[in-house]
Write a protein that binds this ligand. Structure first.
Ligand code: GAL
Length: 666
């Protein structure tokens, strides 16, 4: 199986989604000329082109695609060729309206948008396999095709379908998973609210109900839906492996939790030949470059630390948020090179030429409506030049400083109804802890909770668990091993509470983490909106917390570092540290944000022996290293010049808003 785009053959990827089918052929000549001018090396082609390739059932028009692939090849531009299976043509839905997904409320969606797919539908599956085979047969050995782009962003805009076909498939999936109805009843806790099943046919998809649906049923349905889409991906991938030997197959992820919740990317990452990601800046009040860094670190972690590729980001504003600011001068390069610093083998955009019609005409593009006389175009050309100069870094790996746990499954579980507080938010905790580490200029590698057995404290002296509501029982032994061998563990509240069926780990909270933390939590006591509590350390430091408090009972050897100084839990431990073997396990029993959270993270960093770089806030220092040397990326998001200290002790200037890459040959 191919593992990635071969390094020796290609420059860093630079380009974007290219939709020539939206334009008359005269424009294509200009496109290719301008792509060369900008230094474009790769384009993603044909993502939404099924109706153009197969205008009527079984009638194919490849002439236009032959022509544009030929033109690109002649110009030395490589192709990331898509299977267009995210939008089957109108004729397909006319013949198979039942391939349109059905909502929880029983409403069948309509055609006229994109991504309207019931992933269990046999007609869709057959048609997707057929068009993939046709493309694989025709272009599988074309020298321009260096990557296959299956579908587009599985999981968006809709993943789950509640139709009858899905219901039957769901029952089959459950039979495979549980074997017997007894095991299913046990796992789902159906004794509660009288939901016991006596026949497989009685089990349904979690349609609209009077009140909360069984949480274990909801979780299994989410896993099932994710698995149906993944099966469709692997079916297309296998066809392409057969017809296009040696060419890697990918599908573009949206790994940042700010972009997609419905896909378990740990599972998907095992299926792609090259991990690729799309990332867009979200205007949610947080610093967008911090979320970008998180997305890139998480994507690299999905790739197991190997190089990956940013397949989409925006040259300037997007058009699908309520308010869509343009990027400032220089911000695009900071974004693009920020991804490269964290392991991307290039920077690709949505999209090459700004559309004239359709839903995305106000989304920025590399070549804007205003043409080449625009700031965006000038910055695109400049970025192309910078990436060309960095070609040698292909294959180098980003060096991470600390480890963090993230689980989509736990996020799904925690997001279900009727938790102790409706304001619990695993994503917010992830963002906040990540931000505290980012502000210390540290690079993070993420791990799934079932991948901690080999975590080496010498490589990752600090492991942060921002919120892991649902944790496999294996974390108990894995974390004990990590800490006793010298690791520093920092766990935040509402972690280790339930197993994968949303069933509580018994014997006092936080079940799976109780032993390693050396404490128990007798009772949760969430705070009301607007309520806050004060924490006080023995040294007299004071922090302000909100959202959560709880009754912590420290065990032997568990030291109280800070107490709740007021509120209903006054006098109880709020921050603890337990020395275990050569390491220590910290527990934070409430929600701290901003500088207060940073202060606690600093305590854990000091305990772990990590000394952060002495740099202003909003200056990133990220290192890629490998055979061709060491590349030190300094990304200055501030509006003042900064000086970074290089390994030889010299100080190098990085201008306001600039990115510098300091290279040391090996
Ligand atoms: C992505 C999608 C692209 C385009 C882009 C706009 O999610 O894959 O096709 O819609 O968003 O930001």
């Amino acid at each position: 199986m191919p593992s990635a785009i071969p390094h020796d053959r290609l420059p860093l990827a630079f380009g974007g989604d290219y939709n020539p089918e939206q334009w008359p052929q005269e424009v294509w000549e200009e496109d290719v000329r301008l792509m060369r001018e900008a230094g474009v090396t790769l384009v993603s082609l044909g993502i939404f082109a099924w109706a153009r390739i197969e205008p009527r059932p079984g009638e194919y028009d490849f002439e236009w695609l032959d022509r544009i692939i030929g033109m690109l090849h002649e110009a030395g531009i490589n192709v990331d060729l898509a299977t267009p299976t995210v939008v089957p043509p109108a004729w397909f839905y006319r013949a198979h309206p039942e391939a349109l997904p059905v909502t929880r409320e029983g409403v069948r969606m309509g055609f006229g948008s994109r991504g309207a797919i019931c992933h269990s539908n046999p007609h869709y599956r057959a048609a997707a396999a057929e068009i993939t085979s046709r493309l694989g047969e025709r272009y599988g050995r074309h020298p321009a095709v260096v990557l296959w782009h299956v579908h587009n962003e599985y999981g968006a805009p809709v993943l789950t379908c509640y139709c009858d076909t899905c219901e039957v498939a769901f029952r089959g999936w459950l039979q495979d998973r549980y074997g017997t109805l007894g095991a299913l009843n046990q796992a789902w806790g159906t004794a509660f609210w009288g939901q016991l099943y006596g026949d497989w046919e009685e089990i349904g998809v979690p349609r609209a109900t009077p009140t909360v649906v069984n949480p274990a049923q909801q979780l299994d349905f989410q896993r099932f839906a994710d698995g149906q889409a993944r099966a469709n991906f692997t079916a297309e991938r296998d066809i392409l492996h057969h017809l296009s030997p040696g060419v890697p197959v990918t599908t573009n992820f949206m790994a940042a939790p700010s972009q997609c919740q419905s896909i378990d990317y740990w599972a998907w990452a095992r299926e792609v030949d090259l991990v690729t990601n799309d990332h867009y800046l979200i205007t949610d009040g947080r610093r967008t470059h911090v979320n970008l860094a998180l997305a890139a670190d998480l994507t690299r972690s999905l790739a197991g630390g190997d190089p990956w590729l940013l397949l989409e980001h925006s040259p300037s504003g997007v058009n699908w948020q309520p308010h869509n600011p343009a990027k400032e001068p220089g911000q695009m390069a900071r974004n693009s090179l920020g991804h490269v610093a964290r392991g991307s083998e290039g920077a690709m955009f949505f999209q090459w030429r700004q559309s004239r019609s359709g839903a995305e005409k106000f989304h920025s593009s590399m070549l804007p409506h205003g043409g080449t006389g625009t700031r965006v175009w000038r910055e695109v050309v400049e970025l192309g030049g910078r990436l060309a100069d960095l070609t040698d870094l292909r294959g180098t790996r980003t060096r991470a400083d600390v480890a963090m746990v993230w689980s989509w499954e736990s996020w799904w579980a925690q997001s279900l109804e009727w938790r102790p507080s409706a304001d619990l938010d695993a994503r917010e905790r992830l963002d906040s802890f990540y931000e505290a580490l980012y502000d210390r200029h540290l690079t993070v590698d993420f791990f799934a909770p079932d991948a901690l057995s080999a975590l080496d404290p010498a490589r990752y002296p600090l492991l942060v668990v921002p919120q892991l509501y649902s944790a496999p029982a294996s974390v108990t032994a894995d974390l004990e091993r990590y800490v006793s061998r010298g690791g520093t563990l920092l766990v935040s509240f509402f972690s280790g509470i339930v197993d994968e069926h949303d069933t509580v780990h018994l014997g006092a909270y936080p079940g799976a983490l109780r032993d390693v933390l050396g404490l128990t939590v007798e009772e949760f006591d969430p705070l009301l909106p607007g309520e806050s509590v004060t924490l006080r350390t023995a040294q007299g430091d004071v922090y302000t917390a909100d959202l959560w408090s709880e009754y912590v009972v420290p065990g032997d050897g568990c030291e109280t570092v800070a107490v709740f100084a007021d509120g209903r839990t006054a006098g109880r431990p709020a921050l603890t540290r337990r020395a275990l073997g050569d390491g220590a396990a910290w527990y934070l029993a409430t929600r701290l944000t901003g500088g207060d959270l940073a202060a606690v993270v600093d305590l854990a960093l000091a305990d772990a022996g990590i000394t952060p770089a002495d740099l202003p806030r909003d200056v990133e220092l990220v290192v890629r290293e490998g055979e061709s040397g060491t590349y030190r990326f300094a990304v200055n998001h501030t509006d003042a010049e900064v000086k970074v200290v290089l390994p030889d002790g010299s100080r190098a200037a990085v201008a306001a808003g600039a990115v510098e890459v300091f290279r040391e040959p090996r």
